[in-house]
Design a protein around this ligand. Structure first.
Ligand SMILES: NC(=O)c1ccc[n+]([C@@H]2O[C@H](COP(=O)([O-])OP(=O)(O)OC[C@H]3O[C@@H](n4cnc5c(N)ncnc54)[C@H](O)[C@@H]3O)[C@@H](O)[C@H]2O)c1
Length: 596
């Protein structure tokens, strides 16, 4: 029989604590909510009232239930109020000495059988536990932000936590409607160990002006389906908290440079730019604590007129290639009203591409997304050709041929001879340096990367890759074209992986390393990212879909270009690829797909 928890204490009512109070009170458990001062108690109370009022307004909570929920909370200053609770969860700032002091005090105040839990994200639960005389009753209960919404709880057991305590806490999580993964005490546990290197890298992209905050966030939301971009997430977490987590992970997690907090984070913390809680972080919010972003001096002007500023008129587009990407891109341009010339290496290939475009457009008609007239008009806009000479008078060329530098360079050299002056020459490469392709022409200022995502007709994102030679006019034209296609174009520099792959693949690689180290299982790691961070797929699900060979190739490129030791491909990934376990396409990757 699991232990009954009738009353719990929550210490610290900031970003996490106030949400944790709500989780317990919603589930019929009495809460003693403790802060250091009356003012801090009031802030915590205001957070809870705000959150429950919003739930009532949205019809998700009855007024009577809200009143009952609020009545379950006893607001107090000081730890002495916790003398008779069954369990305490501590959610004070991420400092070991502070947490140890609080645990020593809790040990003195709380009844002997009470369980003492910490919500720490990165500190050692073991080190916190030894500040008490009952380390076997100390455990980590790591909620995710926002606590009332996110389903995951990481239950962290130390080498001395008693098995009964673990079982009791697991049963409690179930009662709260949460999914728990139980793991041992390691810096960052599962989710943060995989998340924070990515967040820090995103901040460094912003700090080095590689891309704007809006573009970094849009890239990860639209390119990977994440619920929010990394910089918006840093604001939600709180920059002070994020700094402490990174700092601890750097020191505890083997001094991986990717966890050394980017200097900008410390500067922002010192300047009081803590994120949502202070009303300003990477973005500016309506008021402290509000989730509503308001425009500030960094907000880009995105009106049509501003976008078109300096852009060249584009009506006729040449698309070179006959693979999946070329096919999708032809459809995208034709549907958007452009006159398209498709160039392949022969009539047979053209016929195949034409068939594929027709099939895809027909699917749109069957699904009611496209009228028959629009389908016919789109097809009518495409001319099928097998010779590059037909591209002499187009305004834009999009190259989507095989991912081999020599092939692309030869093609660009030919385009340079054939195309009229002023044409924008774009490559869809996902891994080659755009500048190499640009320098194969006499007009590198007109060359740019347009990195579409697969499937191009569906994915809303295009990375616009500027080289150090790309002109402002070329860039403006690319942005205007993306807008006319109904895509979100994000602008970035010409580095390996651009934005999305550079941020995504090291995270996937880290997940493989975590599995390889036997810290957790593929299932639990997938759960942690889906239920703790709202990712649409877990890392192993995604790796099997993308293909392990493709993932390994991208990771190798990143490692070779950036020379970041932490980017070295996980040996397990290499072994699986060598063994022919490539993911769904070969029937087996991290999981066996032949049985499903
Ligand atoms: N922010 C996140 O997204 C997130 C997610 C999961 C876990 N965590 C962890 O939760 C913990 C709290 O983080 P946060 O982001 O809520 O921090 P926060 O700064 O928003 O809130 C901390 C609160 O603790 C209070 N406090 C400080 N000293 C206290 C004391 N002696 N007694 C009582 N209250 C005290 C502060 O007044 C403040 O209100 C940290 O360990 C953090 O790593 C944070």
């Amino acid at each position: 029989m699991a232990r009954e928890f009738t009353s719990v204490g929550v210490v610290g009512l900031g970003t996490m604590g106030a949400g944790i109070v709500e989780v317990f009170a919603r589930n019929g458990i009495d809460v003693v909510a403790v802060e250091i001062s009356a003012a801090a108690v009031e802030r915590g109370r205001a957070t809870l009232t705000g959150s429950t009022d919003r739930a009532v307004a949205k019809g998700k909570l009855a007024e009577a239930d809200r009143d009952a929920l609020l009545a379950r909370v006893d607001w107090q200053v000081g730890l002495d109020a916790l003398h008779s609770v069954d369990l305490v969860i501590e959610a004070v700032p991420e400092h070991l000495d502070l947490k140890q002091r609080i645990f020593a005090e809790l040990d003195r105040v709380c009844k002997p059988e009470a369980i003492l839990a910490t919500n720490t994200s990165s500190l050692s639960v073991t080190e916190i536990s030894v500040a008490t005389t009952r380390p076997n009753q100390v455990i980590g209960i790591h909620f995710f932000n926002p606590a009332p919404v996110m389903k995951l709880v990481e239950v962290v057991r130390t080498v001395v936590t008693s098995a009964d305590v673990v079982a009791d806490v697991e049963a409690l999580c179930e009662r709260l409607g949460k999914v728990d993964v139980t793991i041992s005490d390691r810096a960052g546990f599962i989710a943060n160990a995989l998340l924070f290197g990515y967040l820090n890298h995103a901040v460094s992209m912003f700090e080095s002006r590689y891309a704007t905050r809006e573009d970094i966030d849009a890239a990860m939301k639209l390119g990977c389906g994440l619920p929010m971009g990394p910089l918006a997430l840093m604001d939600l977490i709180g920059l002070d908290t994020a700094y402490e987590i990174l700092d601890t992970m750097y020191r505890r997690g083997g001094r991986d440079r990717r966890h050394a907090p980017v200097p900008l984070i410390k500067q922002m913390v010192t300047a009081g730019l803590l994120g949502r809680k202070s009303g300003r972080g990477f973005y500016t919010y309506e008021r402290p604590g509000s989730p509503v972003v308001v425009p500030d001096e960094h907000t880009p002007v995105t009106t049509g007129a501003a976008l078109a500023d300096g852009a060249r008129a584009t009506a006729k587009v040449g698309i070179v290639g006959s693979g999946t990407m070329a096919t999708g891109i032809i459809e995208v341009f034709a549907k958007a009203g452009y006159e398209v010339i498709s160039v392949t290496r022969g009539a047979e290939k053209s016929a195949k591409v034409c068939e594929a475009v027709k099939t895809s457009l027909n699917k749109g008609v069957v699904r009611g997304k496209l009228s028959e007239e629009d389908r016919d008009a789109a097809l009518g806009r495409v001319t099928w050709s097998a010779t590059l000479d037909h591209l002499a008078d187009v305004d834009l060329v999009v190259e989507a041929v095989v991912e081999e530098l020599s092939v692309k360079k030869a093609l660009f050299a030919s385009l340079d001879e054939i195309c009229k002056p002023g044409v924008v020459l774009a490559t869809t490469t996902s891994s080659l340096p755009v500048i190499d392709v640009a320098m194969a022409t006499q007009r590198p200022a007109d060359v740019i990367g347009l990195h579409f995502f697969n499937p191009a007709p569906i994915m809303p994102l295009v990375e616009i890759v500027q080289t150090i030679r790309t002109s402002a006019e070329t860039s403006a034209t690319a942005r205007a074209v993306c807008a006319a296609l109904g895509k979100t174009g994000v602008v970035c520099g010409d580095r390996s992986g651009f934005i999305v792959n550079a941020l995504l693949f090291p995270y996937l690689n880290d997940a493989v390393k975590m599995l390889e180290a036997s810290y957790s299982t593929a299932d639990d790691i997938d759960y942690a990212m889906k239920l703790g961070c709202g990712y649409p797929m877990g890392p192993f699900e995604l790796l099997d879909v993308v293909g392990l060979d493709v993932s390994l190739a991208i990771q190798r490129e990143l490692y070779l270009e950036l020379r970041e030791p932490g980017f070295a491909p996980a040996p397990l990934l290499e072994h699986l690829v060598t063994a022919g376990y490539l993911g769904r396409k070969s029937g087996r990757g991290f999981r066996d797909h032949t049985k499903r």
